[in-house]
Design a protein around this ligand. Sequence first.
Ligand code: HEC
Ligand code: HEC
Ligand code: HEC
Ligand code: HEC
Ligand code: HEC
Ligand code: HEC
Ligand code: HEC
Ligand code: HEC
Ligand code: HEC
Length: 413
Amino acid sequence: MSMPTVRSPIVREIARRSRPLLARMVQPFPPVILMLALVLLGVMPRVAQAQEGPTSNRPTNAQCLVCHEEPGLEMILPSGEVLPLTIDAQAFDDSAHGLHASEEVRCVDCHNDLIGYPHPTFPDVDFRTWQLKLSLVCGNCHEEQALARQESIHARLIAAGKFEAASCVDCHGSHQAPWVNPENRPVDRMRMVDACGQCHSAIADDYRKSIHGEEAAKGNDDVPTCSHCHPAHNIQDPRSAAFRLNSPELCGECHADAELMAKYDISTDVFDTYVADFHGTTVAIFEATEPNQYTNKAVCSDCHGAHLILPPSDEHSSVMSANLLKTCQRCHPDANERFTQSWLGHYRPDWKRYPLVAAVQWFYYLVIPVTLAFFAVFVSTDAFRTFKDRKRRNQNRSAGKENDALTGGESHD
Ligand code: HEC
Ligand code: HEC
Ligand code: HEC
Ligand code: HEC
Ligand code: HEC
Ligand code: HEC
Ligand code: HEC
Ligand code: HEC
Ligand code: HEC
């Protein structure tokens, strides 16, 4: 592997000035020049001092930053990529690993192959391989998240060689990881939406335009962000049969919550009526019996979308009356205006809105139980009668046998 080339104005300047002395070493061995230069600058003694003290193999962040705060410091990787080496110390201090962390986190906790300068040879060919390898270090301190993540779709994709899927560092960043757990302190949830949006930009754009996204951007914590519906460390394939069958439950978590929905004057019947109608009933039965079978019945997101969800009153909403037919036609190609009206939507049939349907429903509510009750009484009285008859007949027959036996005994005697 070829030596990385250092590109820093200061280092180049030092190299230029000391050329007479180091002329022959410049080309093949730039780090050595740098080290010598730093000794001249009085840097190395500080690093060396640290290595002698009680924390000898755990240099402080300040010791690394002596060089790494230097603007314009960069190196060229064997792949030809340029790696900037300047670290924003202030941003690191402000991050979750900075001054307010419950335990001190040092540069060398993550960069555990580096204890001072000179550094060992750059261990990889290209940036991404190196970054993914470094990402594994996070699990040393965040075991729970690392374990959960093993089964996620991103981790499985990376394991299968699809390196553009997300690792810890892609979502959280390396040196500027912000606080993310809202249980501990207020967090800006849209930062994580932006993080997902680095790779899922079209979906993130849709989401930002949706009612959920608009509200989240205003700081409303009642609405879902990406990781509510796709738990970040354990993201599963949303195209799987199980995810699809479970998805109404996902919406129901909030949309069936009477207290929450009352705040927004949104009906909670949307969930109950869904479960009661023909699409929902089938999905619910499927879920109970065939969790791995793909359902073709409509789930919430077939009509409302999953990311660009808008209020039904919005002219772009897929369930707004003018657009509704098109939404139904995706699965009912022959549907016409009458067809959409035949569906009650999320309304319960009541006397005011759907008198006929309500009447039919009441008819069934009343007539079916009454008919069944009638038949039940009829069948049971009939059964009782048959039973009594048979018993009486049996009694008669056995009485006859006894008589026979008596008379027979007498006749033989
Ligand atoms: C004397 C200046 C100096 C000090 C002190 C120093 N570095 Fe570096 N660092 C460099 C230079 C120059 C490079 C470019 C590659 C090389 O020379 O090895 C570099 C490269 C790196 C890289 C890029 C990847 C790699 O493996 O080369 C990382 C990460 C890094 N340093 C972290 C640290 C950490 C952590 C510390 C503290 C323990 C530290 N550095 C201390 C000068 C320094
Ligand atoms: C929480 C773990 C962690 C800590 C703490 C950490 N780094 Fe890094 N560092 C990484 C990761 C991961 C990378 C890989 C590239 C990336 O994603 O930025 C990296 C990359 C680097 C690089 C290459 C340039 C870059 O930004 O990609 C340098 C230089 C570096 N770190 C120096 C430091 C110094 C100096 C400190 C201490 C002030 C430090 N690191 C603290 C995880 C960490
Ligand atoms: C040496 C141990 C250590 C390593 C390695 C480490 N962290 Fe941390 N991390 C911490 C500590 C300590 C905190 C602060 C926890 C606290 O105070 O509640 C923290 C906090 C966090 C938080 C914020 C948690 C919250 O409550 O909001 C995130 C996100 C995070 N780390 C991600 C990472 C990532 C990503 C990596 C790898 C690049 C990493 N950590 C590597 C120790 C570590
Ligand atoms: C796909 C993006 C993504 C990846 C990959 C990811 N995280 Fe997270 N992480 C999040 C989000 C989003 C949160 C905020 C809490 C939530 O919504 O679940 C979070 C929360 C956290 C927290 C705060 C505590 C908690 O669980 O809420 C820590 C610590 C953390 N992640 C560490 C890691 C580590 C370590 C890895 C790698 C093993 C990792 N994360 C991988 C997105 C991600
Ligand atoms: C570094 C880029 C990156 C980041 C950041 C990222 N993802 Fe992904 N994600 C991917 C790639 C690549 C795939 C695989 C896409 C494919 O197979 O076509 C994927 C797949 C998925 C899938 C499975 C469905 C599919 O299209 O295969 C879901 C769901 C998903 N990501 C959600 C998220 C969420 C939520 C976040 C933020 C918390 C996030 N991702 C952050 C790159 C990323
Ligand atoms: C209210 C719940 C919800 C939220 C919030 C949500 N999703 Fe989804 N997501 C779903 C559902 C349901 C599906 C599957 C149905 C579909 O694709 O229409 C899905 C599918 C996906 C897919 C794969 C299939 C596709 O449509 O390409 C990806 C990738 C994805 N979501 C990423 C994200 C990202 C990134 C965010 C945040 C910007 C996000 N999701 C926010 C519920 C949600
Ligand atoms: C974390 C809770 C939560 C989840 C999960 C959730 N929503 Fe919402 N949703 C809300 C809240 C809160 C509002 C009201 C926002 C407002 O009006 O300010 C809302 C608004 C809506 C609206 C607009 C209603 C109107 O009349 O304005 C629709 C439609 C909607 N959600 C559908 C869905 C669907 C479909 C799903 C599942 C894919 C879902 N929601 C998942 C909390 C949630
Ligand atoms: C077959 C298509 C279809 C399905 C499936 C569907 N909806 Fe709807 N939804 C509609 C239509 C049409 C409207 C507007 C008219 C109405 O309220 O009936 C609507 C309205 C809504 C509203 C706004 C109600 C209000 O009070 O403002 C919410 C919230 C909602 N649906 C959530 C859901 C949830 C959650 C699911 C899944 C459990 C779901 N929808 C399943 C078509 C559907
Ligand atoms: C994701 C596909 C899908 C969407 C979207 C959808 N449906 Fe359905 N619907 C089905 C399936 C599948 C059946 C069951 C058909 C069967 O069993 O023969 C069904 C059954 C029905 C039935 C029962 C009568 C019949 O034809 O079997 C009605 C009425 C109905 N849907 C109305 C609607 C309306 C109105 C909309 C739009 C608001 C709609 N559907 C949207 C898939 C869908």
